[in-house]
Design a protein around this ligand. Structure first.
Ligand SMILES: Cc1cc2nc3c(=O)[nH]c(=O)nc-3n(C[C@H](O)[C@H](O)[C@H](O)COP(=O)(O)OP(=O)(O)OC[C@H]3O[C@@H](n4cnc5c(N)ncnc54)[C@H](O)[C@@H]3O)c2cc1C
Length: 446
């Protein structure tokens, strides 16, 4: 079962404490992994999740764990994350479905070939096992229709994990180290005294803490705006499907210009189209129009603008924009953001699967779902302490590639929140980069 809704049974029943060291807002992969690495250092942590742990993006994604194709500043953290996936699987003692069967990018155009060659340079600098593949080598490993892919690139140490299994399992391990995980607990606002955080107000009561992490995924911008902080984050709907069980013709993870597929632990494939996404227009679409224009020019062929957001969505015109700690907030009014899958995307999946793999003609899709990707205009996240609010940290905008990055980001954020060196140059992830005078540098778009 992949698709979560408010009806998905509650799994975490901790009681909200009155005081803790750190409060984490959001029980997705980022919030839960940060809690895990803080707990390993003996820090007292409470994770408040408005709905279900991993109910939103963190259970709905393709599950790819990739270093390949990363932005230069993300790559070293993605490499550490890859190592941490192996380590965390051993530490927890549960099968997270982490399998290193490689991530393949399949080229169909000159542009794809050039992009692969450009990444090879970065891969060599970091001694990654990435290599280019000829059309013949691809067909040996991925028995698709001959002539479809002219070349490719693979990083064999990349892999995947099963998203809906991973985050609850890490959350249980964090609980065993003392982390409180509280579901049905929307954080309404943050309390700030003399420019420093002193705690949060939740729907279940107040909690004192001197460090807070906002890891709210698609809701972060709305939450921050209520505190007077602008995050130019916009949400994009992406649709995914799982096939019924079929013979194992390829056990890795691959994408070409408009189709992605990967083997699943249940014997099927997770499939998706990469050129059909939706952005529902909301107030922030207009507020951040100029910041987003360069990105929109690159992605416009793949993203359709839809006139109105469904009721209750984070940036819908009717969604409340300001509230106090004593008022019901938009977060408790939508426990789980559960967008309808896009029918056109599903139709295309049904066509493109047998087009790539004639031997799988007739395969049925057993489940379809969608998720809202929290995107930043430069496609890299914010991971930073807000300079004007001491103790308030933001980790959001993972732009469609935060799942594989989760353990690495969690380790880095835990050290950042404890005032330790992260080991990396974090300037690319600064919150202040959206100030008016700074020109944004666009990262890769996959
Ligand atoms: C279709 C799809 C495919 C993807 N494929 C991949 C992939 O293959 N590999 C990859 O690396 N990444 C992928 N991603 C991206 C990845 O899923 C995300 O980057 C990652 O899950 C983000 O994690 P998160 O913890 O930041 O956010 P989320 O998982 O969205 O979690 C945020 C949580 O915060 C909670 N919350 C929000 N506001 C509040 C509040 N006020 N109080 C309490 N709780 C609150 C929400 O309920 C939510 O559970 C994909 C995403 C989608 C949608």
């Amino acid at each position: 079962m992949v698709t979560y809704s408010a009806a998905t049974p509650q799994q975490f029943f901790d009681t909200l404490p009155q005081e803790t060291d750190v409060v984490i807002i959001g029980g997705g992969v980022i919030g839960i992994c940060t809690a895990y690495y803080l707990a390993k250092k003996g820090v007292k942590v409470t994770v408040c999740e408005k709905g279900r742990v991993a109910g939103e993006q963190s259970s709905r994604n393709w599950g790819w764990v990739r270093q390949q194709g990363r932005d230069a500043a993300e790559l070293p953290i993605a490499i550490e994350s890859n190592r941490l996936w192996r380590e965390i699987t051993e530490e927890i003692g549960e099968d997270l479905g982490f399998r290193q069967h490689g991530v393949y990018y399949l080229a169909e155009s000159d542009e794809d070939v050039q992009a692969h060659e450009a990444f090879m340079k970065l891969a060599r600098e970091h001694q990654l096992d990435t290599r280019l593949l000829t059309a013949g080598e691809i067909l040996e490993q991925i028995p698709g229709k001959p002539g479809r892919w002219r070349s490719g690139m693979v990083t064999p140490s990349d892999g995947r994990a099963e998203p809906w299994v991973v985050v609850p399992a890490i959350a249980r391990a964090a609980q065993r180290m003392g982390v409180k995980v509280v579901e049905n607990c929307a954080v309404r606002t943050v309390e700030i005294t003399n420019g420093a955080v002193t705690g949060v107000v939740t729907e279940q009561g107040a909690v004192k803490a001197n460090r807070i992490l906002l890891a709210g995924g698609a809701w972060s911008s709305l939450f921050a705006a209520n505190l007077g902080l602008g995050i130019p984050q916009l949400n994009v709907r992406a649709t995914v499907a799982a096939t019924e069980a079929v013979p194992d013709i390829f056990s890795g993870n691959a994408a070409d210009s408009n189709f992605a597929f990967r083997r699943r632990e249940d014997g099927g494939y997770t499939v998706a189209v990469t050129d059909i996404h939706n952005h529902y227009l909301g107030k922030d679409s207009f507020k951040y129009l100029f910041t987003w224009l360069p990105t929109y020019k690159v992605t416009m062929g793949d993203v359709t603008l839809n006139p109105l957001q469904p009721k209750g969505f984070p940036d819908a015109f009717g969604t409340k924009r300001s509230w106090s700690g004593s008022e019901i907030s938009p977060f408790e009014q939508m426990r789980v953001l559960n967008p309808e899958p896009n029918r056109k995307a599903i139709e295309q999946m049904e066509k493109r699967l047998p087009d790539r793999f004639p031997q799988l003609a007739g395969t049925k899709l057993k489940e379809t779902w969608a998720g809202m990707i929290d995107s930043m205009p430069d496609m890299v996240p914010v991971m930073d302490e807000v300079s004007k609010v001491k103790g308030f940290f933001i980790a959001t905008g993972f732009s469609g590639h935060g799942f594989g990055f989760g353990p690495g980001a969690g380790r880095v954020l835990a050290d950042m929140m404890e005032g330790r060196e992260t080991g990396y140059n974090m300037s690319r992830f600064r919150f202040a980069r959206f100030s008016k005078n700074e020109k944004l540098e666009l990262g890769p778009f996959i």
